[in-house]
Write a protein of this length. Structure first.
Length: 346
């Protein structure tokens, strides 16, 4: 039976936050969870019940794969009734992919799942890890006056900003302020107080049971356009055996070369059943294929809009939908709708 003490499950996957410098090479290597906790004695001062679930061994987030996402969803589902919220400590490099994937996997989520990490290991003097971890725990336990979770969604908390996970991108390899949500406002800012934006946070229906989906199909590719891209390259990518979907990173508001071979290759690919989703290379803003003639040609070739999706979100959403054996038509419909607040449709 769960008591009234706020409770948070801390899932440690790895990443810089828990790393330590190898004395011989100087390279950062994964260290165990006990080491990490030793450097945050503040955790004991929380009046919360905090338990941990470390990955063994911890992994650099460059090694994250759908099977790890499935493991995370499984851990959350297994402990869902026992905790008020979940904090996932994760390497920053692919955190936005994991956050996007989990936002689709955790259907009917009504509790916070907050991913965080750091740019400097928690054992170093100037680490950003402590602040990130402590505030993430507070957010994961936060409740409204009616007892429901303040932030019932998958988020990334980093350097005082709480962002919707599937809207977030890593933008800096150096600064503490490493993540941005360009196309959706931040859900909370942490200063002296944590100031939440209730109107921007998703509403949850706590009566519906959590469903943890775990299947992915990785037969996808991200193809970034650039002036001078060659026909043989595009042709060969679109003819990779078994390819099922393409995230096409186009120019500006969704524009692409008008060359006959290019449009023909895309059209033939969509006719072969490959789903091609158009997102912009720009960090901010979205795709409006009706706006220019160049975009109209893509529409005519069967390319669908990815709206203002991040690349991380578009590719994980496609892998998720493909993994669930949906038909081409169903995938196109779902890419066209917001499943977890990941796109803005005008
Ligand atoms: N390479 C690390 C990782 O993503 C970087 C970090 O944690 O910031 O696991």
């Amino acid at each position: 039976m769960k008591d009234a003490t706020p409770s948070v499950l801390l899932i440690y996957t790895g990443g810089t936050i828990g790393m330590i410098a190898n004395p011989e090479t100087g390279a950062l290597e994964n260290f165990n969870f006990a080491h990490l906790l030793k450097h945050v004695p503040e955790l004991k001062r929380f009046n919360y019940r905090i338990s941990s679930h470390p990955f063994d061994p911890p992994i650099d987030s460059s090694d994250m794969e759908p099977l790890h996402w499935a493991r995370l969803a499984g851990i959350i589902a297994e402990h869902y009734e026992m905790y008020d919220g979940f904090v996932i400590l994760h390497g920053t490099d692919t955190m936005a992919y994991t956050a996007s994937a989990l936002s689709f996997m955790l259907e009917n989520l009504s509790k916070p799942v907050i991913l965080t990490g750091s740019q400097l290991p928690i054992g170093t003097l100037r680490t950003d890890g402590k602040e990130n971890l402590i505030t993430a725990i507070e957010i994961a336990a936060a409740k409204n006056s009616d007892g429901t979770a303040t932030v019932p969604e998958v988020c990334i908390f980093f350097e005082n900003h709480l962002m919707r996970g599937n809207r977030t991108t890593k933008i800096n390899a150096e600064n503490f302020n490493a993540f941005r949500s360009f196309n959706y406002p931040v859900l909370a800012k942490a200063g002296i107080h944590i100031k939440y934006e209730p109107n921007l946070i998703r509403k949850a229906d706590g009566k519906k049971p959590l469903i943890a989906h775990r299947l992915f199909d990785t037969s996808v590719v991200i193809l970034t356009l650039f002036p001078g891209i060659e026909e043989r390259i595009v042709t060969s990518v679109l003819h990779v055996p078994g390819l099922k979907a393409v995230v096409l990173k186009t120019f500006g508001s969704g524009n692409a070369p008008q060359k006959e071979w290019f449009i023909r290759q895309l059209k033939e690919a969509t006719e072969r059943g490959i789903v091609i989703v158009n997102i912009t290379q720009c960090t901010s803003g979205g795709v409006e294929m009706e706006r220019y003639e160049t975009g109209m040609h893509l529409l005519e070739a069967g390319v669908i809009s990815g709206y203002d999706s991040t690349p991380e979100c578009a590719v994980t959403k496609l892998m998720f939908l493909l993994g669930h054996g949906l038909t081409n038509k169903e995938i196109r419909q779902k890419m066209n709708s917001s499943l977890a607040g990941e796109i803005t449709k005008r």
